[in-house]
Design a protein around this ligand. Structure first.
Ligand code: FE
Length: 192
């Protein structure tokens, strides 16, 4: 039996007390981090995307500073690595991967999808991004350049997908409803 199993709660309490006493991590910090992890889901990212599609000033903020754009949507980012947002256009398609492990903008999107952590995804995103996209049934025109972007422990990336045609006049809620998890990683594109 491990120490953690026998003395888990006592050890944890003692550690938290020590961290608080040394002004390293307070109980409030832990509560805030817990809340951000519990509330994070692709739905939060979808709301940011939908707002960016309808609000040019918000889109500009999002592309300049993803962390501030998340905070503007009341997503707690304290203690989280900075968030960068990359825009997919008619010329460039961004695909996010963590080649080293599974770095993901968890504060915004929640836990990464299972395939994101797989060795196959991490290797193939780099070696054959277009082939990988094909496996997600995503076909891009040949003249669209694919940028493969590495998320790291120091900097997390998400994609601002291209707004699909046929969504003119849609409400923010309607738009958010068509944005899926994979669209914000770049393995899929929103469609109507
Ligand atoms: Fe990682």
């Amino acid at each position: 039996m491990s120490i953690v199993e026998t003395d888990g709660p006592e050890l944890l309490a003692a550690l938290r007390k020590l961290l608080a006493a040394k002004n390293i991590v307070s109980d409030e910090d832990i509560a805030a981090r817990r809340q951000s992890t519990d509330n994070a889901s692709p739905g939060q990212g979808a709301k940011m995307v939908a707002r960016a599609w309808t609000d040019p000033a918000y889109k500009a903020l999002m592309l300049e500073d993803g962390t501030k754009a998340a905070e503007a949507m009341n997503i707690p980012m304290v203690g989280m690595p900075p968030l960068g947002v990359l825009e997919n256009t008619g010329d460039v398609h961004n695909l996010i991967v963590c080649t080293l492990c599974s770095c993901y903008p968890r504060a915004v999107l929640g836990y990464p999808p299972f395939w994101y952590k797989s060795a196959a995804y991490r290797a193939r995103a780099v070696r054959d991004p277009r082939g990988l996209l094909g496996e997600f049934r995503t076909t891009l025109p040949d003249d669209v350049q694919i940028h493969v972007v590495d998320s790291t422990a120091d900097y997390r990336w998400m994609v601002l997908p291209k707004r699909p045609e046929g969504t003119e006049g849609w409400s923010v809620e309607q738009l958010a409803a068509i944005v899926r998890e994979g669209d914000m990683v770049g393995v899929t594109v929103p469609s109507v």
